[in-house]
Design a protein around this ligand. Structure first.
Ligand code: MSK
Length: 661
């Protein structure tokens, strides 16, 4: 992997070079100027009380290295890790709570700006939640669904609603180790309680509760958020769009949505095509209004409307450096406060919209779901007004790359058999036959501490070369998209023979963009469906699947990693380990967790080693399932491959022919 460039995204480097000439500092320079504290980075700094902070450093037995109160190094490292899980879970789950409250408002008719868009998905969710829907008004069903989800933030005992979506055997492991979550808020609060000064001092016990909290995130916060977003705004299906800075237009008002919550951005999508608003933009001298996205809000509107993306986390400042962004609208999570400083050098307006996330120097326009469209219009008009203030300053990049997004788990099921035989059977068969060696969830952020986006690109390429189907989310998807990797052609040019055959037959890219970082829950759903389909493992653990987040930086990523591990998926994160200071905690995360849950949490800096560890896990899982040893181009069965047209022909006829990938 080429490491000299700051970013693996070619167009980002063009802008960075220009910024260097202008003496504008970005995240990349700050990352090299501000070195991380080696004690804190390895998890050995205790800030649980004001006697400290205590630095747990020293030689000898790690249990003899203690802080002023006597808390040992492993205790402190475990506490810090658990607190990271709790923060990440809080972020996703607060987002989920807002989605549940929006659904409630829609169901009660309190907002006219949102409707139930996907009734089929509402019914599917209702049936999972044991809510009757036959013959009932849609809004009545939606009200029951919203209230049921709100229970997941209130119930004091029992278990969260979606726990039952996991395979039985996976649930049994959680019961055995006492980590079945009750409600997201309770698990978060208990993590903070246990890890405050003078409570839980037993690393294994602290970390078990960390996993319980993470499960509340994966099978609660994230899954609830994904499902309600689909119900309100539609379940994604494949959609073509574009990525990189060339999405910005010289002669149109460029408006960027950035952050995570999809509600306001959905309304902005509606508003920018209203004739009066377009006329308003024209009255300010623009030819029209061009909407683009950044980070995970980008993923939300890309998945459902094909709105183009300028990229992930490390591209946010660079978008402003083009000088073409008239306004950037932010809500919560992964928003750099430095955007305000950068905007001062250009004409860009920074607009905060959530009472939870304000920035000094930004314009605040409070979002309210009860008058969402009015707020959206106010924001879009403000961007139009600002078009006239645009100057020539900026690094205008014209390159952009085609990409396909929109692979919801429902669509992945559909694409494997059409309307009548949608199932995961063909995917399982392709794995059994060895056409597909295994599946990797390539997720997480992009980071300036490494060659940003470069780790994603390298790992994605190596995996598909090895016949591994990649499911990508969050800024991992943006990294692949801005590299031009999210197209079917990528399979023709780079995939191994088995994966290529599968992708060609169905007409899909070898890297499937599943959505935002909350949509990692779709991977849990896919894995559970693969278990149900049979022929592989009878629990998520033991499946030839791995999670990778090579450039993670957010606390949310750790919560995601832990819910995968507790569900039975080995995960490998890039960069230095946040538990490196304690061999005891490292052993719990790897050797002990794999024994109990069949998932382990590894940290590895070298991208090739990440690939090697992942392939090793996949091959061991194949061996454990007594599948044919993976050999490129040699498949266990020779079923006839059918494309979508052939499938439709069969669907016209009677019977249920088996279709193998
Ligand atoms: S935005 S959490 S940098 S994926 Fe979801 Fe990207 Fe990571 Fe934020």
């Amino acid at each position: 992997m080429e490491t000299r460039k700051k970013s693996g995204h070619t167009d980002a480097n063009v802008i960075l070079k220009w910024a260097e000439g202008q003496k504008i500092e970005t995240v990349f320079e700050r990352a090299s100027r501000i070195k991380p504290c080696p004690i804190g980075k390895a998890g050995a700094c205790c800030k649980s009380c004001h006697i400290g902070p205590c630095r747990l450093i020293g030689k000898g037995d790690e249990n003899d290295i203690i802080g002023v109160c006597g808390a040992s190094l492993p205790t402190v490292v475990a506490r810090n890790f658990a607190r990271t899980i709790a923060s990440g879970t809080a972020a996703h789950s607060d987002h989920a709570r807002d989605m549940a409250l929006t659904l409630l408002a829609v169901a009660k008719g309190e907002t006219k700006d949102f409707q139930i868009t996907d009734i089929k998905k509402l019914y599917r969710v209702a049936s999972i939640l044991d809510i009757d829907f036959e013959g009932r008004p849609v809004n009545e069903v939606a009200l029951d669904v919203a209230n049921k989800f709100i229970e997941d933030f209130q119930r004091q005992t029992g278990e969260m609603n979606y726990i039952k979506r996991a395979p039985k055997k996976t649930q049994e492991r959680w019961k055995k180790w006492g980590i079945t979550p009750r409600n997201v808020d309770r698990e978060i609060a208990e993590t903070l309680h246990r890890t405050t000064m003078g409570v839980d001092h037993e690393p294994d016990n602290i970390l078990l509760h960390g996993l319980r909290t993470a499960l509340a995130d994966g099978w609660g916060g994230c899954m609830i958020s994904t499902d309600i977003t689909d119900i309100l705004f539609g379940t994604p299906t494949p959609i073509k769009t574009e990525a990189s800075f060339g999405i910005f237009k010289e002669d149109e008002v460029n408006l960027v949505v950035h952050g995570h919550e999809p509600t306001l951005s959905e309304k902005i999508v509606d508003v920018v095509s209203e004739p009066e608003i377009i006329e308003y933009a024209k009255s300010k001298g623009a030819k029209g209004i061009n909407l683009g996205g950044m980070c995970c809000t980008a993923n939300e509107v890309l998945m459902r409307h094909g709105i183009p993306t300028a990229g992930g986390f490390t591209n946010q400042e660079l978008g402003l450096l083009t000088g073409l962004v008239d306004a950037i609208i932010v809500d919560v999570q992964c928003i750099m406060p430095v955007l305000v400083d950068i905007s001062k050098q250009f004409h860009t307006k920074i607009i905060t919209t959530s009472e939870k996330g304000k920035m000094k120097g930004a314009i605040h326009i409070q979002y309210d779901e009860h008058k969402a469209k009015d707020v959206a219009r106010q924001i879009v008009k403000l961007a139009c007004d600002n078009f006239q203030n645009r100057t020539k300053k900026g690094s205008h990049v014209t390159a952009k790359y085609p990409m396909i997004g929109g692979f919801s788990h429902e669509y992945i099921e559909y694409m494997q058999g059409g309307k009548w035989r949608a199932s995961f059977r063909p995917l399982n068969d392709a794995i059994i036959a060895g056409r597909i060696r295994g599946v990797v969830g390539l997720a997480g952020c992009d980071s300036p501490r490494v060659q940003s986006t470069g780790m994603h690109k390298y790992i994605a390429t190596e995996l598909i070369k090895n016949d591994v189907l990649v499911l990508s989310t969050g800024c991992g998807s943006a990294s692949c998209g801005t590299a031009g990797y999210l197209t079917p052609e990528m399979a023709l040019e780079n995939a191994g023979p088995g994966l290529r055959e599968v992708c060609e037959a169905i007409g899909i890219p070898p890297i499937l963009h599943l959505g935002a970082c909350v949509d990692n829950s779709r991977i849990l759903t896919i894995l559970s469906a693969m278990v149900d389909e049979g022929g592989l493992s009878d629990e998520i653990g033991g499946m030839p699947g791995v999670g990778i987040a090579p450039e993670w930086m957010s606390e949310k990523a750790i919560a995601i990693g832990c819910y995968f591990v507790a569900s039975g998926v080995p995960v490998i994160f890039g960069g230095e380990s946040p538990v490196k200071a304690s061999p005891e905690v490292t052993k719990i995360l790897t050797e002990i967790w794999i024994e109990r849950f069949r998932g382990a949490f590894h940290f590895e800096e070298d991208p090739q080693k990440i690939v090697d560890i992942a392939l090793n896990y996949i091959d061991n899982a194949r061996e454990g399932l007594k599948l044919k040893k993976y050999e490129p181009g040699k498949f266990a069965t020779e079923r006839k491959l059918l494309d979508m047209a052939a499938r439709r022909e069969i669907e016209k006829g009677a019977g249920r022919a088996h279709v193998g990938l």
